[in-house]
Design a protein around this ligand. Structure first.
Ligand code: PHB
Ligand code: FE
Length: 335
């Protein structure tokens, strides 16, 4: 291995002489990529060296979401071993902590980092390990290969601005509607989606208050997959629709209830206990179906065709602590 050099707070090696990728160190965790794989290594609580291997494409797709979403709500499992938990000022990085077999064998490790430190390390790792041809936000059929030796970079695709409406898409001074001219052509799967916009007839003086837009048309022009954007915000009620194709690259562990509305086509979800990974449910969602994911679950979706999903989040910064204290429920309704 090459000697680590300090780049800001990021510990990175010089590029490997053969395949060209840097090695990164964060706390006791070491991250290395080669032509096909990412290797994560750490020392277990009882002092033994252990490593975990992930497919490079799967790792980069998960890393892309964790970086772009600022560690999201709750837990972002890259797979059944490795991931992060957001505490909103700090972030836990873990291996095996939420894998009941590894946990009971004592080979897990969890370390907590200041958010800027882990964010900087993850952003540099993502940039160094993503080649020119690969866009981790694209559906697999719409991008090149993540594999091979280091070959160029794809920084503009890794640093897309998050699409977050302040009040609602299309309002004055807010997130724009998508269009060909803004670089958002209609996706191949949504060629049949009508593009007309609703008529608006607000009373004079209410032009910036009364509003509507064609959400199906907006989503038909999404260039990315598994990347919820805020289209309307009312207090802490965030409507976060997204287009999905192939597999959600993370297994999301909730720290609050979230709702899903399947707007077209279908997604199959695997749901499990967020702490142990014990399977809880398979949820097959078809167009028009709604489901709520309880705060105690982790979930991963499979979308055979590009589909439209509305994710509804309660973005209250206090909610996670209210749930921890038992003041808010982990489930949305009791029948
Ligand atoms: C989720 O974890 O709930 C989630 C994340 C990204 C998506 C859809 C759902 O695109
Ligand atoms: Fe989720």
């Amino acid at each position: 291995m090459n000697a680590p050099t300090d780049i800001a707070k990021v510990l990175a090696s010089t590029p490997d002489a053969l395949h060209g990728y840097k090695t990164f160190t964060l706390g006791s965790f070491n991250f290395r990529r080669d032509e096909y794989f990412v290797h994560i290594s750490w020392t277990t609580r009882d002092g033994r060296p252990l490593s975990h291997t992930m497919d490079a494409g799967n790792f980069l797709r998960a890393l892309m979401r964790d970086v772009a979403w600022g560690f999201f709500y709750g837990g972002v499992n890259f797979d059944h071993v490795f991931g992060t938990t957001n505490h909103y000022k700090t972030v836990d990085l873990y291996a095996g902590t939420y894998n009941v077999t590894m946990k009971s064998a004592g080979v897990d490790l969890l370390e907590n980092f200041e958010t800027p430190q882990i964010a900087a390390t993850f952003a540099q790792m993502l940039d160094d390990w993503t080649n020119e041809a690969f866009d981790p936000f694209s559906a697999p059929q719409e991008t090149g290969s993540p594999y091979g030796r280091k070959s160029g970079s794809n920084t503009p695709k890794l640093t897309r601005a998050r699409e977050l409406a302040k009040r609602c898409v299309g309002l004055k001074d807010d997130l724009n509607l998508r269009s060909d001219a803004r670089g958002a052509p209609i996706n191949r799967a949504f060629a049949d989606v009508p593009q007309d916009q609703p008529e608006l007839h607000p009373e004079p003086g209410f032009e910036n208050e009364v509003h509507a837009f064609n959400l199906f048309a907006f989503l038909s022009r999404s260039q990315v997959t598994w990347n919820p954007s805020f289209t309307s915000v009312v207090k802490y009620s965030f409507m976060c629709p997204t287009t999905e194709e192939h597999i959600l690259p993370i297994i999301h562990a909730n720290d609050r209830v979230e709702w899903f509305f399947q707007m077209c086509d279908e997604i199959h979800w695997d749901c499990a206990d967020k702490t142990t990974g014990k399977p809880l449910a398979r949820v097959i969602m078809k167009a028009g179906d709604m489901a709520a994911m309880p705060a105690y679950c982790r979930h991963q979706g499979y979308s055979p065709k590009r589909s439209m999903l509305l994710v509804w989040e309660n973005g209250s910064p206090n909610l996670v602590y209210e749930i921890e204290k038992g003041e808010s429920p982990e489930i949305p309704v009791t029948f």
